[in-house]
Design a protein around this ligand. Structure first.
Ligand SMILES: *[C@@H]1O[C@H](CO)[C@@H](O)[C@H](O)[C@H]1NC(C)=O
Ligand SMILES: *[C@@H]1O[C@H](CO)[C@@H](O)[C@H](O)[C@H]1NC(C)=O
Length: 378
């Protein structure tokens, strides 16, 4: 508590300093572009890995509207010139970065967050504050999930979606595929790998893994919480491919919260055991993963043992690879005009704030999509 008090004081004093720093009245750079101000740094990067956030980048992405610019310096333009603000729903960012002094009618305040509901923060005083939501949740006004599953032939995005049209029973087509899968399986030498850096999660995944180990599943723990090391991510994928299973356990169990952990498994050719609050049929091809939440440790351990003993059943878990491929969500949208930032630019241009919620953002964020419970199980 003591430390927390000192910390808050530090934050408060830096806020004063930051406010004076950011409000320095420099002469504005003239432009007709619509301006989207990133109010806080997004993990140190203000342009969200969307190039430099310039109209060129909106053009390259094939956006319908390209006259937008993501800007990071508050003092470059007078406040009323800003068309949209991006506010990160993260921890004490509001205390640290404050809120605009005045609000103009045309301005759109966007709540964005790619951390789970559990690891985010919206202050109570930010009720009746936001106009749009921009998060990993599929029912956001603008959704930006962590990854997409694409049809390998047509390159169309299949999932995540509320109701993806999966090919449910996959069969092997061609001996080449058979050989690839056989070779992949033959190269496997270990049971399960888990790469983890945060050893105390809300979801209690550590206990779950401990239970698996007690049940005779040999889980090799990589990173800060274990004894195995893989220094470079590329090597890591090679290492993971040697494992039958990859532990893709989220740190909190929230609706639609499935992160890059699962793609790591898919990219490495390992079968993920996924622990998530998401409805996984909306995210992953059928028979491509083990649902650790549904199964529980005892059944999951049984299933892992069964699959390792029955190579034919195990191979079926890899059949999806013939038909689908997994990539970051912006893999396609970066070229086809469907990048989430195209939607932001469109909203800013048309003034049509497409709010799908009929609810205050703060309440929406904490409630389930069916409205009959919380957004997170744990
Ligand atoms: C955005 O939301 C605020 C607060 O609810 C509201 O006053 C304002 O009119 C909205 N702005 C737009 C452009 O819809
Ligand atoms: C999961 O999503 C699918 C596809 O939308 C749906 O049919 C199913 O009922 C959902 N399951 C649960 C438990 O909500």
């Amino acid at each position: 508590m003591e430390m927390r008090g000192v910390f808050s004081l530090l934050i408060a004093s830096s806020a004063v300093w930051l406010t004076s720093y950011y409000c320095r009245p420099d002469p504005p750079v003239p432009t007709n572009n619509k301006l989207i101000l990133s109010w806080e740094p997004h993990y140190g990067d203000y342009s969200f890995s969307f190039g430099h956030g310039t109209p060129e980048d909106f053009k390259k992405a094939g956006c319908k509207y390209t006259n937008c610019e993501i800007i990071k310096r508050r003092w470059l333009y007078p406040l009323q010139r800003i068309d949209a603000f991006l506010f990160h729903g993260y921890e004490d960012y509001e205390i640290l970065f404050g809120t605009p002094r005045v609000r103009f009618d045309h301005q759109i305040y966007i709540f964005y967050c790619f951390e789970s509901v559990r690891q985010s923060y919206i202050a109570e005083r930010r009720r009746d504050f936001f106009n749009m939501t921009f998060t990993y949740r599929l029912d956001s006004d603008i959704a930006w999930p962590y990854f997409g599953v694409y049809d390998a032939e047509t390159e169309e995005l299949v999932a995540p979606s509320f109701n993806p049209q999966w090919i449910s029973t996959m069969v092997l087509k061609g001996s080449k595929v058979q050989q690839d899968i056989d070779a992949l399986i033959a190269s496997k030498t270990h049971t399960a790998a888990w790469l983890v850096s945060n050893c105390h999660s809300v979801s209690g995944r550590e206990e779950y893994v401990k239970k698996l180990q007690e049940l005779g599943i040999d889980v090799h723990i990589y990173g800060a919480c274990g004894t195995y090391k893989c220094p470079f991510s590329e090597n890591c994928k090679k290492i993971i491919s040697k494992y039958y299973f990859y532990i893709a356990f989220e740190n909190s169990l929230c609706e639609d919260y499935v992160t890059e952990k699962t793609i790591t498994a898919f990219e490495s050719g390992s079968v993920p055991a996924v622990l998530s609050g998401a409805n996984l049929t909306r995210f992953l091809p059928p028979n491509s993963y083990l649902d650790a939440r549904e199964l529980g440790p005892v059944e999951l351990a049984k299933e892992m043992k069964r699959l390792m003993a029955d190579k034919k059943s195990y191979a079926e878990k890899l059949y999806w690879r013939q038909r689908y491929k997994v990539a970051k969500y912006t893999y396609l949208t970066e070229k086809t005009g469907h990048h989430p930032f195209c939607s932001v630019c469109e909203a800013v241009n048309t003034g049509k704030v497409i709010t799908k919620r009929n609810k205050e953002v703060l309440d929406w964020w904490h409630s389930s999509q069916t409205g009959d419970g919380g957004s997170c199980l744990m």
